[in-house]
Design a protein around this ligand. Sequence first.
Ligand SMILES: [Zn+2]
Length: 457
Amino acid sequence: MPHPAPYDLLLTGGTVVSHDGRHRHDIAVRDGRIAAVGEGLAARAARDVRVVDAAGLLVLPGLVDVHVHFREPGMTEKEDFASGTRAAAAGGVTTVVDMPNTVPPVATAEEFRRKLNLVAPKAHVDFGLYGMLGQDNAEEMTAMAELGAMGFKLFMGQTTGDNRCPDDAAIFRGLEAAAAAGLVVGAHAENDHLLRMFIDRLRASGRTDPRAHLASRPAFVEVEAVTRIVTMATEAGTKLHIHHLSTGAGLRRVRDLRADGHRVSVEALVAHLLLDDSAYDTHGNLIKLNPPIRPAENVAELWAGIARGDVDVIATDHAPHTPAEQAEQDVWCAHGGFIGVETMLPLLLTAAAQDRLSVEDIVRLCSYTPARRWSMPGKGQLAPGFDADFVLVDPDATGTVDPATMHSRHNVTPYEGRPLTGAVVATYLRGESVYDKSGIVGAPRGRHVRPAPAGKR
Ligand SMILES: [Zn+2]
C-alpha cells in the first residue's frame, strides 16, 4: 500500500474556476503551494490532514490587483499598508501592486528600499511595488529593478502627489531602462498640457461643479497620450500597459495600433465599468477620478471591449482619501479617486450573476492575465507548483455593500447600499487563511513579490 500523501491542507468538494473553465476538483496544499488538483484526493491523503469543506462554493485563484494606492509613506491619514491589505484580503485579493506616487515618491533605489522595509511587516497579502518613471531617473530605475520592482509607473497626466510629468525625451529614456530590465511600464495615459489648459478654461468660466471634471478631460486627451506612448514603447522595446483606459475612442485606437503590430496590454477599472456620469448627481466629487467617470454610452463601449477581448485586465485604482477631503465641494480642490479593492470581486460576481461577464472572465482579467503579464512567479493559477492563494466564493449569497463591515481606514464608497449577488467566504494566502467570516485572520504574513528573472518566464 502506498504511503498517504503528506498534505497540510485539503480543500474538498468545491468548484474550481480557472481562466478557461471550471471543474469539481479537490485541491491539496503542501508548504504553501498547490501539491495536487483533481478528483478524490481525500482518499489518498493522510488521515490527520486539515480539511476545508468547499461544497457549494466556487474556488478562484486569489485576485491580483495591479493598481492600488495604499498611501504609505506620507499619506497614512488616508490609508496605510495594514488597512489596505486587510481590505484586499477581505475582498479575495491576495496580491496587490502598489503605486509609487507616495510622499516622497518612489523614484530612487533608496526610497524603494525604504518603502519595502516600511510596508513589508504590515502586509496581510502579497505585494509588488512599482517604482516611478520620472524626469531623468533611468539609473535609479535600473537600481530599483535590481531591488525587485514590479514595474514602473509613468504619469503622463497629473494626479495625487502632483508629481511633475516627465517630458517625452525623459519618457523615452525611462522606457529604454525598463526594456533593459525586462519590466512593464504602466502608463497613466492623459496629455498633461491639454488637460491643464481645459482646467484653466473651465475655471476661468466660473465652473466649480462635479461635471466640470469630466468636461476638462475629453476623450482625445487620452487618445493622444495612448498613441504617443504606444508608439514610443514599441520603438524602445518596452512591455507597455495602459492603466485605466477610460474611453471607447481610446479602445478603438488601441485596436488600430494592435492591427499595426504594436503590443500593449489594457486595463479597465471597476469604477469605469459600474459608474456613469449620472453618478455626479448623486455622489458629486466623491466619484472624481482621473480619468473621469464618463457617459453611459462610453461605459457600454468598455463592456463591449471586455466581451471582444480588447481589455486584458480589470483593476481597482483603489485610491483612498479622508472623509473630509471627499466632502470637498469645489471640483478643482477635490481629490481624485476612491476605495475599491474590497468591493471589486463582490461587484464583479454581481455583474456575472447578471450575465455581463463570466466568473471565468473574472479569473482571467483579475488573476491569470495580470500574473502572467507582470511575470509574478506562482500567482494567477490553481495548478500544481503554484502558490496556494485562493478565494472561496458563495455565488448565490445576497447582500449589499456595507461600509460598516469594510476594512479600509475610511470606508466612503459610491457603491454603498448596492445589492450584491456573490460573496467572499474565505481567502487563503499560501495555504493559510487570511480572511473568513470572523474577519481578518492572523498576523500580517504577506511577502514581497518580485517579477521572475527575464530568463525564467
Ligand atoms: Zn491610480
